[in-house]
Design a protein around this ligand. Structure first.
Ligand SMILES: C[S@@+](CC[C@H](N)C(=O)[O-])C[C@H]1O[C@@H](n2cnc3c(N)ncnc32)[C@H](O)[C@@H]1O
Length: 260
């Protein structure tokens, strides 16, 4: 990069050549600065993955957890799929205690699970009611172990995680397999109404700069087809009050029924 900047400052040959080559070199310098900035972001991002995640994601999902946890009956046992760092769940510790909820969370990102475990260790209320494991939703053996130890679950919850998964329909079925007959699967997520140009390409690439996997852009129509393909009855699919609801995207709370 230094070489490009020095070369851009150095006079060479004819005026036309100088103009063309300096334009070319300036462009190279800009590209180099851009690449250096992206590399720096990646390095910083890897080190502070859990913190970046808390700032970017939690702002939205604390509200979603409030809506979903409130909707469960007292004493319910819940599997949280893609629990993350627990930053969205932890602010609801007193509701979890008052409603006597039991929550088992899984997430396949070990940095997030470590951060979640630290939160649990610091808070006696969470410690009594929440466990986390580092595992993928497709790891059926771990889900079975959690069901045996903390279930059977009355419900499973995907907060902002379903469309990150390579096969969302299989993920819904894997979670349903450890939910009791007649239980529920809750999904909260934003879906696109309109897609600004290039966003569909940029969104999956954001994880390299931020360490956060934002998944594929999912339209409202695609979301409905995922839920239909799962084969479960759709009890509710509605926009969450006081969350995202713009001409471009909306946050939905969907409830599926596990057959009795
Ligand atoms: C957007 S974050 C949401 C975290 C948290 N539920 C919340 O709402 O704040 C999505 C989470 O899903 C997790 N995730 C993605 N794919 C997964 C998979 N196959 N199995 C388990 N967790 C997964 C990610 O690691 C991430 O922590």
């Amino acid at each position: 990069m230094l070489w490009v900047l020095l070369a851009a400052a150095e006079p060479q040959g004819s005026t036309i050549f100088r103009v063309r080559s300096s334009r070319h070199e300036r462009r190279n310098a800009v590209v180099s600065v851009y690449i250096a900035a992206v590399l720096l972001l990646i390095l910083v991002g890897r080190k502070f993955a859990a913190t970046i995640y808390d700032v970017v994601i939690t702002r939205l999902t604390v509200r979603w957890y409030a809506v979903v946890l409130e909707s469960f009956d007292d004493g319910s046992k819940i599997l949280d799929v893609g629990v993350g760092t627990l930053s969205a769940l932890a602010p609801h510790a007193s509701m979890i205690a008052n409603k006597r909820l039991t929550i088992a969370g899984v997430d396949y990102e070990s940095a997030y699970v470590k951060a979640a475990q630290l939160r649990i260790d610091r808070d006696p209320t969470l410690k009594a009611r929440v466990v986390v494991r580092c595992a993928s939703v497709y790891d059926t053996q771990t889900l079975e172990e959690l069901r045996a130890a903390h279930g059977p679950f009355d419900g499973a919850y995907f907060s902002g995680s379903l469309t990150l998964m390579p096969d969302p329909v299989a993920a819904l079925r894997a979670a349903a397999a450890v939910v009791r007959p007649g239980g529920t699967i809750h999904c909260t997520q934003t879906y696109q109404r309109r897609t600004p140009p290039l966003l569909a390409t940029i969104k999956p690439l954001l994880k390299y700069a931020t360490t956060i996997d934002f998944g594929q852009l999912t339209t409202e129509r695609r979301a409905r087809s995922i839920f239909r393909e799962s084969g479960f009855e759709i009890k509710q699919h509605k926009v969450i009050a006081d969350s995202v609801d713009t001409p471009f995207q909306a946050a939905y709370h969907t409830i599926l029924l596990v057959p009795s």
